[in-house]
Ligand binder design. Structure first.
Ligand code: AMP
Length: 193
């Protein structure tokens, strides 16, 4: 993987561990020569990972919609910043650039971005690994929901398994390197009939 998208909160969360893990991931990516493409903000988890990478001379690429370009929000020292017309165009731009996706703890924005990546994988439009760094079990309730969706016949087991999950950064990155996308047999990915 040469470039990975990182989706994470514009907030930092209440526990310092979330930001600490974002910093750890930033340093890991920089020292392993993996560029990061992200939302282009300087606030919260986004700012923490970008600053950590930049402090280690990592390659940090932001894609920010004009709508979010306020002085308090936009990172001003990334390696490269792209501007998009809107949120949808931003996601397309990011997806064209990266070899995989990682989500860290965040809110609606983070979930929207990671689920769009999973949906593209489910339809076979992309075959890129999607991982979540499950710091302190932050995503456990969401994973339970995904299991429920399999159990209730709304999500295929092989599609559920596309989502790579780990609390360990090297383990998650290794899983992303060896990821094999499920074989898509039907474009309309229904469960059962
Ligand atoms: P959230 O998880 O709701 O905090 O939203 C964070 C995600 O949505 C990030 O991965 C960004 O791509 C995008 N996003 C939300 N708010 C902002 C912002 N103020 N500046 C830049 N990106 C943002």
């Amino acid at each position: 993987m040469r470039k990975v998208a990182v989706f994470c909160g514009a907030s930092s969360g209440f526990k310092t561990i979330y930001k600490e893990k974002a910093i750890e991931l930033g340093i890991y990516l920089a020292t392993n020569n993996i560029a990061m493409v992200f939302g282009g903000g300087k606030i919260g988890m986004m700012g923490a990972i970008a600053d950590a990478m930049l402090s280690k001379k990592g390659n940090v690429i932001g894609v920010i919609p004009h709508l979010l370009r306020h002085e308090e929000v936009e990172h001003d020292s990334v390696s490269k910043m792209y501007f998009s017309k809107n949120m949808s165009k931003r996601k397309i731009k990011i997806s064209k650039m990266v070899d995989g996706y990682i989500a860290l703890p965040g809110g609606f924005g983070t979930l929207d971005e990671i689920f769009e990546a999973l949906t593209l994988g489910q339809l076979g439009i992309e075959v890129k690994p999607v991982g979540i760094l499950n710091t302190e079990g932050f995503f456990d309730p969401l994973l339970l929901q995904l299991d429920k969706m399999v159990k209730e016949g709304f999500l295929r087991k092989e599609n559920r398994e596309m989502l790579l999950v780990s609390k360990s950064i090297p383990e998650l990155i290794d899983a992303m390197y060896t990821y094999k996308a499920p074989i898509i047999t039907k474009l309309v990915n229904t469960v059962g009939s």
